[in-house]
Design a protein around this ligand. Structure first.
Ligand code: FAD
Ligand code: SIN
Length: 522
């Protein structure tokens, strides 16, 4: 084994809720190395607003939460997975609380449970309107103080290491593809490090930046899905990209600031620019219908009327409640001259969540040995064709726990692989012009937004595919001859994610959940 290679029992890629909660569990059994490509707390997790869905008190019940999840998933959820996630929720939430995360309580000392679209009961545990920040804070505090966990921030995982790097030809039917660790770009030194691990967890989050308008931070570029697909691992359900109905309308501002669905749970309603509560025309559940239905209705309303946004009217919520439950949104809007106790908020749908991803079994195992996956980069079967609001933080906790159990077993049977070559930089040079990368990034986002968005069609998908093939050729060519950088690797990964979304969308010959094509009108 070369001395300059790093080795670890457990390698974790990503420092959101999935990576952090897993690290805390496996750290009791061996050395953990966590790499993350930005600052250690930067993640989708940090921006979560509404909260975590879990059954806490009657009249709620596991069965109601299960049925709500199945209905939102439009017939494609794996019911066994739905049942296990929802019934394991209380234990995982208690653990999160024991790590220091705090959830709001009411005057009686009970949890102040919020409601979101598609939920038949109030069941969302939250910390004001910045639940994700609170969770990330608590978990990072625990991780920082754990003697067995080392965190390397500003380290970008480029490729997982498999037999391919030992010169073996691999395709998607090769049996026993194995993960030996990763090549990771150290963004401070510019070197590409070899990190060897007995077990690797992919917890790299979502891919919102494949679209021009997203609630996701810059880091959400689908790297994990792209790495696993390139390594010939299985991914699934990539056509199901969730658009959140209500992002603040601020053209050109990225990421789009989310206006939590919990506001509609508290009584806010959507209105078109004539003041009409239009959702009633689309679904009897009105503004609290599941997200796919609301986002599509807004999109339709804006297209029919030729308008750029709809209004969210919060005047039905008392000022006191707005200040207590939604202080961050109150402040943000006020800073833009919108007093939400009196004024309506201009909102538009924005890309928000990737329901599909790296296929895992109930133990978080991927199709590649020694590689586990959890959180938004994974596809467990919980969400089906459309995720129920606030089920994703929960899924990440449940599957990280299951991944930890798998990893502890796998670690004893795994050894470090000999003979892994260092990263090959032959024939590469500094990029000639950054514009070659930035322009392709914008083109990709425009293609995906205009042709593969909330409403699709065969002709749009075909056109998007043709355009992506050109971007892919140019980018792969640049990748072979250019010194690695975050911008280049992210562009390459996003193009692949875009391709996977289009490919899956073209294969789905029906309208289901988040996939809606005008060619399959019911
Ligand atoms: P993330 O939290 O995104 O973490 C991914 C980590 O991987 C990051 O640290 C990132 O830097 C790192 N990473 C990525 N690629 C690489 C690479 N190549 N190399 C090294 N590191 C890498 N869900 C809910 O259930 N309830 C909510 O209320 C809610 N609100 C939301 C609000 C917003 C604005 C957004 C954007 C999402 C919201 N979601 C919510 C979704 C939820 O936050 C995410 O699905 C969840 O946090 C994902 O957690 P994760 O650990 O899988 O990924
Ligand atoms: C929100 O607060 O509206 C987001 C909840 C989620 O994405 O699950």
């Amino acid at each position: 084994m070369r001395k300059d290679y790093k080795t670890t029992d457990f390698l974790v890629i990503g420092s959101g809720i999935a990576g952090l909660s897993y690290a805390l569990k496996v750290a009791e059994f061996g050395k953990v190395l966590m790499i993350t490509k930005s600052d250690e707390d930067e993640s989708n997790t940090k921006y979560a607003q509404g909260g975590i869905a879990a059954v806490t008190y009657a009249p709620d019940s596991f069965e109601k939460h299960i049925q709500d999840t199945l209905i939102a998933g439009d017939g494609l959820c794996d019911e066994a997975v739905v049942r296990l996630v929802i019934t394991e929720a209380p234990e995982r939430i208690q653990e999160l609380i024991s790590w220091g995360a705090q959830f709001d309580k009411n005057e009686q000392g009970n949890y102040d449970l919020g409601k979101e679209g598609g939920h038949s009961e109030n069941r969302i545990l939250h910390h004001k309107d910045n639940t994700g920040y609170e969770i990330e804070r608590a978990l990072i505090h625990q991780v920082r103080t754990h003697k067995n966990i080392e965190v390397l921030d500003h380290h970008f995982a480029i490729e997982i290491i498999t037999q391919h790097h030992l010169g073996m030809y691999i395709n998607s039917s090769t049996p026993n593809i194995a993960c030996y660790g990763v090549y990771a770009l150290n963004l401070e030194t510019g070197n590409t490090d070899v990190i060897l691990a007995k077990v690797t967890l992919m917890a790299s989050g979502g891919a919102g930046n494949v679209y021009a308008t997203t609630t996701n931070p810059k880091i959400a570029t689908g790297d994990g899905v792209a790495m696993v697909y390139r390594a010939k691992g299985k991914v699934e359900n990539m056509e199901f990209i969730q658009f959140h109905p209500t992002a603040l309308y601020q053209p050109g501002v990225q990421p789009a600031f989310l206006i939590t669905e919990a506001m509609r749970g508290d009584g806010a309603v959507l209105r078109n620019q004539s003041g009409e509560e239009f959702m009633k025309r689309y679904d009897e559940r009105g503004s609290l219908a599941p997200r796919d239905i609301v986002a599509r209705a807004i999109d339709n309303e804006m297209k029919l009327r030729g308008e750029d946004f709809v209004w969210l009217d919060c005047k039905g919520i008392s000022k006191e409640r707005l200040l207590n439950h939604f202080p961050m949104i109150f402040e943000k809007c006020l800073s833009l001259g919108i007093d939400i106790s009196k004024d309506m908020i201009p909102v538009v749908p924005a890309c928000h969540y990737m329901c599909g991803g790296i296929k895992v079994d109930v133990n978080a195992k991927t199709s590649i040995s020694n590689l586990l996956a959890a959180g938004e980069c994974s596809s467990t079967g919980l969400h089906g064709a459309n995720r129920l609001a606030s089920n994703s933080l929960l899924e990440a906790l449940v599957y990280s726990h299951r991944a930890a159990n798998s990893a502890i077993e796998m670690m004893n049977e795994s050894t470090f692989k000999d003979g892994i070559p260092e990263w090959d930089i032959k024939g590469t040079a500094d990029p000639e012009e950054m514009v070659l990368i930035t322009q392709s990034y914008k083109e990709l986002q425009a293609i995906m937004s205009n042709y593969v968005g909330i409403v699709r069609s065969n002709i749009r998908l075909e056109r998007a595919l043709q355009r992506l093939q050109i971007l892919n050729r140019e980018t792969e060519n640049m990748y072979r001859r250019t010194t690695l950088s975050t911008a280049l690797c992210e562009l390459r990964n996003l193009i692949l994610v875009g391709y996977l979304i289009i490919k899956a969308a073209k294969q789905r010959k029906e309208n289901r959940g988040l996939h809606y094509s005008i060619d399959f009108k019911i």
